[in-house]
Design a protein around this ligand. Structure first.
Ligand code: PMP
Length: 419
């Protein structure tokens, strides 16, 4: 289906392309939780731009504001210049997000991508502490540049490029050594043992829930323990909220569930609100030791993204949105739990939090489910080192009917993939 639509891509685009292989059609337009291809076929989106479309495709209010801004000849690109659009985003972010949570951070615009936010956090931690290594975790995903890739726990992504781990220390994530082992004890003994060869890291970078790594959820206790370890050993705590931030796990920041306050927070994907490229790095004010121009990048002043990013914050002005996320999350969880229970031979394992949930299967099954889902009009990604986990990640704003229909299609796909 649709293979003739892809000739130009086959001929001209690099072999590195991947999503067009798992979703082999040419897409044309999108609205809310749906996409349509060039043949007019609709698809329910359980992928949401890998977390960049938490508010859905072309959310009407943001679209309207953006069009009005463009019609007024609003500035689109301004590097680091002070603009009205940036001012509006900064003050609204402070009023709607930081202040009500009692958080005090300075905001840096590190460049347009999540990788840029991570890279800036690693550099800042090294600069502030004067130390060089950064502790990261098994199965972590932090980005594709040399620094962020070095803290990414995935050999496939690193191997071909020969990216060394020599400024990273990889440690076992919560649950990696089985549920009986508290990996923090293990990590602490490594830090204390001169025989481990580890020098004290500048920082620890962590996802509170590993999205790309297979929907691995760190427990609240583990995260609190990790924050405490960082304090005791004078390491900065960096939370990478690029994928799990902006409400994906049920709170605006993923770390709110356990009450820790990171020193540095990386955000991107849905922070721009409309799928427009934007990233921010939040740092405790006393860490803002950057000198002017020490970290820059041409596209860190995307005013179109500032406009929609400010619009997206309206969702967070009251608690209603969070309640809707909770209700959706509950529905997803109950359907997935029912599937796992009714297909015991598949040995599926339910994973996730909020609207980031999935089921881990034995090798090959998740990819089969994703392929069948595509045929039936459902966009569903897999994650994990072996693509062994199906990832249910619809826009947070998905309507109930769309979510129910998507979950019905998904259930059928899993049953059919099981035989
Ligand atoms: N950190 C995390 C947790 C991510 O999930 C991603 C992207 N999947 C990144 C960083 C990198 O973001 P980007 O692709 O925008 O560079």
């Amino acid at each position: 289906q649709g293979s003739n639509h892809l000739q130009v891509f086959d001929d001209l685009e690099s072999e590195v392309r991947s999503y067009c292989r798992s979703f082999p059609t040419k897409f044309q337009r999108a609205s809310g939780y749906q996409l349509w291809d060039v043949e007019g076929r609709p698809y329910i989106d359980f992928f949401a731009g890998a977390g960049a479309l938490n508010y859905g495709h072309n959310p009407p209010e943001m679209k309207k504001t953006l069009i009005e801004y463009l019609l007024k000849d609003g500035i689109s690109h301004s590097l680091d210049m002070a603009t009205e659009a940036k001012e509006h985003f900064l003050s609204k972010f402070n009023e709607v997000i930081l202040k009500p949570r009692g958080l005090n951070y300075k905001v840096m615009f590190p460049g347009p991508t999540g990788t840029n936010a991570v890279e800036s956090a690693l550099k800042l931690a090294r600069k502030v502490t004067g130390r060089q290594t950064v502790m990261s975790f098994t199965n972590a995903f932090h980005g594709m540049t040399l620094g962020s890739l070095a803290v990414t726990g995935n050999k496939f992504k690193r191997r071909g490029a020969g990216v060394p781990l020599n400024h990273a220390v990889s440690m076992p994530y919560d649950g990696y050594m089985g549920n009986e082992v508290n990996t923090l004890d293990y990590i602490e003994s490594f830090l204390n043992d001169s025989g481990s060869g580890i020098s004290l890291p500048a920082a620890v970078i962590v996802e509170t829930l590993q999205g790309e790594g297979g929907i691995n959820v760190a427990s609240n206790e583990w995260l609190i323990g990790l924050a405490d370890l960082c304090k005791r050993y004078d390491m900065l705590l960096i939370v990478d909220d690029v994928q799990m931030g902006c409400g994906r796990t049920g709170h605006f920041f993923s770390f709110e569930r356990c009450g820790i306050v990171p020193d540095i927070v990386c955000m991107s994907k849905s922070i721009g609100g409309y799928g427009l490229p934007m990233a921010i790095t939040l740092m405790k004010p006393e860490l803002d030791l950057w000198e002017p121009g020490e970290h820059n990048g041409t596209f860190r002043g995307n005013n179109l993204a500032f406009i929609t990013a400010a619009g997206a914050l309206d969702y967070w002005k009251n608690s209603q949105f969070q309640l809707e996320i909770e209700a959706n999350a509950e529905l997803i969880r109950s359907v997935l739990a029912g599937i796992v229970l009714s297909l015991p031979d598949l040995n599926g394992e339910l994973r996730g939090l909020g609207m980031m949930q999935g089921i881990a299967f034995q090798s090959g099954i998740a990819e089969r489910i994703s392929a069948i889902a595509f045929e039936r009009g459902l966009i569903l990604e897999t994650s994990g080192t072996d693509s062994e986990v199906i990832k249910i990640m619809p826009p947070l704003t998905i309507q109930r009917a769309g979510l129910e229909l998507g979950l019905r299609i998904l259930t059928g796909c899993i049953y059919d993939a099981a035989v």
